[in-house]
Design a protein around this ligand. Structure first.
Ligand code: 5AD
Ligand code: SF4
Length: 440
């Protein structure tokens, strides 16, 4: 079925994984003749790609779905589809339809490739189409993609997670770990470089366990293969589980200049007692050892992290251990969250849920520290020249922007042609985590 000149709009919540999945949904819609619309007001199809990792992500999506009721009243032919992690939760699809009877399609993360057939099905029936599979199936290759983050391209390497950290809903909504074949990944990357992309970010919930289900290449082997593709580009990857960070990976980063000296290594907590309750399989000592191993192997490595406060039973002592770890490591960047209770996870049943006010006080302390640390790090850049990859134009600042290999953002006066190019920028000043400079 070809539908010509109809418009679509996608709202994406959550992580890079979701951003990339929206690129696949957009690819499917464009292969059917739909064109992208900046606004939801004149769209014929609106897709909500949701996240449920924390309660506020879910609330935000539900609030925005609710707001569409008026639009649906105005345009009876409007199709509203909801997909992503939120829909994979037990009973959620039916609950969504009950709460928002104007939703037309609900589909899950395991079968987004079927979106085209769901749209066709919906055009033939009045009632809502619900298609959420309990179990992950075979990996489906060849889904069209409408990439939206040039000069960076996201590339999935493995899906799902087997770790079952006790706070986390991901293993329940994304299923077990499964890896794409190295050959498929490398071919995709080679084509991307041919098409002019200058940065590839390999994606997985835990990239370090890539290949364990295939018994062929491990993650380091895969990185090496991608890094050996001809042409100048940057290679990044995320996310890493500290327990699986190997000396072999550090060697691979060190020996391949295209792999950025930057790694995201979520620590979550600096307290051994909490790490154990979280089922993280490492101690703070182990984490310090991994950081040391990284810094010894790659002296200029930039380490970023995720930290959580307010996990059940976290007391002042546990919090201080986390604070102390952050001070000792000195992260180049940190995403700091308040623990959010997720039904169905072991932590939701734990006694000792932490008062919201205390958790807020704790997060404020960490944010204040990290912001100050970022400011001081930025100051050290002033006067230096860095190579950035220009990503685009920032309307608000009226400047072009790009990142260096360590992930540091720099703004400068440039031109449209700079987008997608490597440019040397001399840093003149800094503000918070951002740098400001001029082309040299
Ligand atoms: N509450 C708060 N933060 C969470 N994360 C995962 N689950 C939760 C939760 N229930 C955070 C972790 C993870 C990041 C992607 O999100 O820090 O590393
Ligand atoms: Fe969630 Fe832990 Fe898996 Fe990360 S490693 S996705 S935090 S269960």
């Amino acid at each position: 079925m070809e539908i010509l000149c109809k418009k679509y709009h996608i709202l994406t919540y959550g992580c890079q994984m979701n951003i990339h999945e929206s690129e696949k949904i957009a690819g499917i819609l464009e292969s059917m003749g739909y064109v992208y619309s900046e606004s939801e007001n004149d769209a014929d199809v609106i897709v909500f790609n949701t996240c449920c990792i924390r309660e506020n992500a879910e609330q935000k999506a539900e609030g925005n779905i609710g707001a569409l009721k008026q639009l649906k009243k105005k345009n009876k032919n409007l199709i509203i589809a909801v997909c992503g992690c939120m829909t994979q939760q037990k009973g959620k699809a039916d609950a969504l339809i009950k709460k928002f009877p104007f939703i037309d399609i609900v589909f899950g993360t395991h079968n987004l490739e079927n979106f085209k057939s769901l749209l066709i099905l919906k055009s033939a029936q009045k009632k809502a189409v619900i298609s959420v599979l309990d179990k992950e199936g075979e990996i489906i290759e060849g889904t069209p993609k409408k990439r939206t983050s040039f000069p960076n391209a996201w590339v999935n390497i493995n899906y799902g997670c087997n770790n079952f950290c006790t706070y986390c809903i991901v293993p329940y909504v994304r299923g077990r770990e499964r890896s794409r074949k190295a050959e498929d990944i490398v071919n995709e990357c080679r084509q991307l470089i041919k098409d002019g992309y200058k940065e590839i970010t390999l994606l997985g919930q835990n990239v370090n366990s890539y290949g364990k289900d295939l018994n062929k290449e491990d993650f380091s082997d895969l990185l090496e293969q991608v890094a050996s593709i001809d042409g100048k580009f940057r290679l990044r990857f995320m996310t890493n589980h500290p327990k699986d960070l190997s000396p072999k990976l550090i060697e691979t980063i060190k020996n391949n200049p295209k792999i950025c000296h930057s790694i995201h290594l979520p620590v979550q907590s600096g307290s051994d007692r909490i790490l154990k309750l979280m089922n993280r399989h490492y101690t703070r000592e182990d984490y310090f050892n991994k950081v040391e191993m990284l810094k010894n192997g790659i002296s200029d490595i930039a380490i970023t992290t995720d930290v959580m406060v307010g996990f059940p039973t976290e007391d002042e002592g546990d919090f201080n251990d986390t604070f102390d770890l952050m001070k000792k490591v000195g992260f180049s960047g940190a995403f700091i969250f308040i623990y959010s209770k997720r039904e169905g996870t072991p932590a939701a049943k734990m006694d000792g849920q932490v008062d919201e006010k205390i958790a807020t006080e704790r997060i404020m302390k960490l944010l204040e520290f990290q912001n100050e640390f970022n400011r001081n790090q930025s100051l050290k850049y002033v006067g230096k020249t860095i190579e950035i990859l220009c990503e685009g134009y920032d309307e608000k600042k009226g400047k072009y922007l790009g990142r260096d290999e360590y992930g540091r953002m720099a703004y400068f006066d440039g031109e449209k042609d700079d987008i997608g190019k490597f440019i040397d920028v001399k840093i003149i000043s800094s503000g918070g985590i951002s740098l400001f400079g001029e082309k040299v």
